[in-house]
Design a protein. Structure first.
Lengths: 186, 204
């Protein structure tokens, strides 16, 4: 873990993001190394395994570099980077999604044959992961933005360009479907 | 509150939730179950759903941690591909005049360059790392009083007053050598104490 290569690696975000805001590319590289895995994971959840994940994260970092001087509290860099990541991911979603009535996207009834492979310590996380994968895209996007990204309902509505009532409906359905699927392995 | 005779705990329709919806129950959880709503608290169906929602809530951070751990580390090629896409000149900032006596040709230094001068002071104070650096005062006007504010990270276990004093002296010397700013003070805020085996990835 600590191969003593760069002392910056061990400094906190306030220092690292503050330096990067001031133009230090070495500090920015540390931010990139520190948060690439988390940003990839987040983008992958929003885009559901799409090959565009790396493009999204790369764009997010480039945008972040440009906006860092405007970040009031560099200690908040992590959640700020996550925000930028989801915006970039949503841009992809909005650019590629055919215009459909989101309310009409329904989930096929879950099959009642939970595979036995999940009988292990990580079963809960694995079950949640599977349940998320099986959600229709609009439900999954709303759920990920809300529960992982910490978005408010209003923010999701703005970002996805869908009515607030639709967001509420999609989230309720996502939660219900996830719970129903997850209860199957318990 | 007895839930064991419920034949199918998976049903989450309003009929099963005594007229409530999953959305209402999520909001109820978000509000910390406050103010208490007896029609929810006393409904077996709602309690089953609330328990399930809470389990989901506990699992979510674990999912993020597992997802993050499953992603590959950023390799050097990745870091370089991002650095290749950023523009450096945006950080130059304002132009700070350099007053020459006797007055000569116009001279100046950018804010970005002054910040680099300040950051370089860390090289002489072992273990100190300088974070954000701010100028209070109009640096573009010769002679205007300017307060320098910097965040610093120091290694755990070294006397902080000594480190801060040495750093302040060092910054002051360098600013005098490279600028003609009228520095009224150098505020140093220690915002980070680094432990020997500190993080290499905040999320690991």
């Amino acid at each position: 873990m600590s191969h003593d290569r760069d002392p910056l690696e061990s400094a906190d975000d306030t220092i690292i993001a503050g330096r990067a805001a001031d133009g230090d590319t070495a500090a920015f590289s540390v931010l990139v190394r520190r948060y690439t895995p988390m940003m990839r994971a987040y983008a992958r959840r929003i885009l559901s395994g799409s090959a565009e994940v790396d493009d999204v994260v790369q764009e997010a970092f480039i945008t972040a570099w440009g906006q860092l001087p405007k970040l009031d509290d560099p200690g908040r860099a992590k959640s700020w980077l996550m925000r930028i990541t989801s915006r970039k991911a949503i841009d992809r979603v909005r650019a590629t999604r055919p215009q459909v009535d989101l309310e009409e996207v329904v989930l096929p009834a879950p099959e009642l044959c939970a595979p036995a492979r999940q009988a292990e310590a990580r079963a809960g996380v694995a079950a949640l992961s599977d349940a998320l994968q099986e959600l229709p895209a609009p439900q999954r996007e709303c759920w990920v933005l809300r529960e992982i990204g910490g978005y408010t309902y209003e923010e999701i509505s703005d970002e996805l360009g869908i009515p607030l009532s639709t967001v509420r409906g999609l989230l309720a359905r996502a939660r219900k479907d996830i719970i129903v699927r997850m209860e199957q392995w318990r | 509150m007895n839930t064991h005779d419920t034949p199918d705990p998976l049903r989450m329709e309003p009929d099963d939730l005594d007229g409530h919806t999953i959305e209402e129950l999520s909001d109820y959880l978000d509000s910390g179950r406050s103010p208490a709503d007896p029609s929810i608290d006393e409904s077996a169906g709602c309690q089953i759903a609330l328990d399930a929602l809470e389990r989901l809530r506990v699992l979510t951070p674990e999912l993020i941690a597992a997802d993050t751990a499953a992603e590959s580390e950023a390799d050097e090629g990745w870091v370089q591909s991002i650095l290749a896409g950023i523009t450096l000149d945006a950080r130059a900032g304002r132009r700070i005049p350099i007053v020459i006596d006797p007055p000569g040709p116009d001279a100046g230094i950018t804010e970005g360059a002054v910040r680099e001068v300040i950051r370089a002071a860390e090289n002489t104070v072992s273990g100190v790392l300088i974070g954000r650096c701010r100028f209070d005062g109009d640096v573009t006007v010769p002679g205007e009083p300017v307060l320098i504010r910097v965040d610093v990270s120091v290694p755990y276990g070294q006397p902080i007053p000594g480190l801060v004093d040495r750093l302040r002296t060092e910054i002051n010397m360098r600013l005098s050598a490279h600028t003609t700013l009228n520095v009224t003070g150098i505020d140093i805020t220690v915002s980070d104490l680094r432990h020997p085996s500190s993080r290499t990835g905040e999320e690991r």
